[in-house]
Design a protein around this ligand. Sequence first.
Ligand SMILES: [Zn+2]
Length: 291
Amino acid sequence: MKPVTNLIRQKGVLVSDGAWGTILQQKGLQAGECPELWNIEHADDVVAIAKSYIDAGSDLIETNSFGGSVFKLEHYGLADRAHEINEAAAGLSRQAAGEKLVIASMGPTGKILMMGEITEEQLYEAFKTQAVALAEGGADALCIETMSAIDEAVCAIKAAKENTRLEIICTFTFEKTVDNTYRTMMGVSPAEMAQAVLDAGADILGSNCGNGIANMVEITRELHQAAPDTPILIHANAGMPEHVDGEVVFPETPEMMAHQTPMLREAGASIIGGCCGTTPGHIRAIRSVLE
Ligand SMILES: [Zn+2]
């Protein structure tokens, strides 16, 4: 079952959603509070976010489960509720999505295999728990995102593939280096990433976050060159956050993102949405420029 790939075949290009964390903060999420616990304690707010993206024209939406691994939840004493929290996350997006697709978010665990902080087996178990719960909650696909290390991403893909039947999207976050190339925090290039995640069995690859949509055009080109037959998902953030009068402000407006969208498309992106700082307004602008 590859619902996302099939929909790309039908429609050519898909629009996904924008930020979740940014909107949760606007709705009152406090620093130090677990965003994923909102799936249980503020379910109506989470459904409202999902619904706002569907109303803005998203063909697919994510879930409030980015930090839903046991290793992130344990910071809040919630590790033993990982299944419940992730299943709820998928269920809430499913409820809002109707006929649209739900791509369930799985972010990094914050543990680095190379440093020996955890074993590969512990990492696998963490991703397995999360992936199985998201599948049971009704997700159509998994979106393993914001990755920077190949070993962690490959472990997540393996855990997802071996324990669910969901389609798998995997995206990395790249930054521009001083010599004008793109690398993750762990030194991985887009071409290296593409090869590794395809070998591991991902169905769709891409990039998210980073520093604005203009850089994403170049990253998309590199990914597309490395994997010309694979659909590419791009979730740029709305630029680097700035502090203005004590508030965090993202500089890139819906109009600025919409302006770059045709270039992303030309570079090879077939699913376009946003990351940190993007809003339903950004998604509406991306949708209208693609129509
Ligand atoms: Zn982001």
